[in-house]
Design a protein around this ligand. Structure first.
Ligand code: G6P
Length: 369
């Protein structure tokens, strides 16, 4: 009924709109923006154990895997420990170099995904410390971890993950700051990032209605396309993957996420006037590179839907549609840039008459291999 959906047409839309609260609930009580201190008592690691970590593995499936890819950028930049991100179904069958100096981070909304759980058990057996990121209290993955950072997104009903994802990104930021503090790497920088994170719920709240309106318009123009390409670089590359995943999950349109610089090694062959290309191009250190990629798409008459920082006057000129993003630091930008892509996928799926909350062939939680 509409009532259980809080007046929204679908759970997915309700959950998209719950993201300001979900992000807030995930960092609330865990950070002190004045002192820059992070409290995560659930990480029951001793200071000397944290000092000893020499390698981090992030293990997850689906949308949670995309959060893990963002986590790699954060942790390597601010904590300075090498991070590998594995799809759990691959992790469990490869030759793993894990020992008791390894930290493994399983990420799972449900805490019940079979492959992620199997990966956790293997890493643990090989001596790794396990700190999971999970949304469901007391789930199997949390019970088998040494510690869990709970995302406080609240129950997620829509099969396509939305608020759980942005909450996972929030939890990964907290974990990054926590480890950076414990190891004494860049405490100053981290404090600035904390204020950026604290501002995110308000930013999302402000921007949601504009993004929704723009997404409706773009959906009306592009819903008939049979293929979409999503491009991004650096910390926005995983967001391109996630944007494409959202679209294919709920609209059944074939969509591919690609690292923009890799386009010339394949996907560029597919580009013609029928191909919408969603380009994540906020003003960051790879912006100029994205501009060149967009020019490459345009010279093959691809239809560019660009996501650009407010005030950018260059890219809207060469794009067929533009979604504006607020000016934020790169570390929180993935949280912000994800939301309009969720809305775009949602509006396209609704226009096509798809059952967005219960897409065919998909399950909310995959508890068998
Ligand atoms: C299923 C869901 C996805 C989810 C994935 C991993 O495929 O449909 O939305 O991202 O499982 O689930 P988890 O609960 O481990 O995050």
């Amino acid at each position: 009924s509409m009532a259980e959906k809080g007046g929204f047409r679908h759970f997915m839309l309700k959950e998209i709109y719950e993201q300001p609260q979900a992000v807030l609930n995930t960092f609330r009580g865990r950070l002190n923006p004045e002192t820059g201190e992070i409290s995560l008592p659930e990480i029951s690691l001793l200071p000397e154990e944290i000092q000893r970590i020499s390698k981090i593995f992030i293990v997850a499936c689906g949308t949670s895997y995309h959060a893990g890819l963002v986590g790699k950028y954060l942790l390597e930049r601010w904590v300075g420990i090498p991070v590998e991100v594995d799809l759990a179904s691959e992790f469990r069958y490869r030759h793993l170099l894990i020992d008791n100096h390894t930290l493994a981070i399983p990420i799972s909304q449900s805490g019940e995904t079979a492959d992620t759980l199997a990966g956790l058990r293997m890493a643990r057996q090989m001596g790794a410390k396990i700190i999971s990121i999970c949304n469901v209290l007391g789930s199997t993955i949390t019970r088998e971890s040494h510690g869990t950072i709970y995302t406080h997104a609240g129950p997620e009903i829509g099969v396509a993950s939305t608020k759980a994802f942005t909450s996972q990104l929030t939890a990964l930021l907290l974990l990054t700051f926590y480890l950076a503090q414990a190891r004494g790497t860049s405490p100053e920088g981290c404090r600035e990032l904390l204020s950026a994170l604290v501002a995110v719920p308000g930013i999302l709240e402000n921007w949601l209605p504009k993004w929704h309106k723009t997404s409706e318009e773009i959906a009306q123009r592009f819903y008939k396309a049979r293929n979409f390409l999503y491009l991004g670089r650096n910390i926005h590359f995983p967001i391109a993957l996630e944007g494409a995943l959202k679209l294919k999950e709920i609209s059944y349109i074939h969509a591919e996420g690609y690292a923009a610089g890799e386009m010339k090694h394949g996907p560029i062959a597919l580009i013609d006037e029928q191909m919408p290309v969603v380009a994540l191009a906020p003003k960051d250190h790879v912006y100029e590179k994205m501009v060149s990629n967009i020019e490459e798409v345009r010279s093959r008459r691809g239809q560019v839907i660009s996501l650009v920082t407010e005030g950018d006057e260059t890219l809207p000129e060469v794009s067929q549609a533009t979604i504006h993003l607020p000016q934020v630091v790169p570390e929180v930008s993935p949280i912000v840039a994800t939301v309009p892509l969720q809305l775009l996928a949602y509006e396209i799926a609704v226009t096509l008459g798809c059952d967005v909350d219960q897409p065919r062939n998909l399950a909310k939680s995959v508890t068998v291999e």
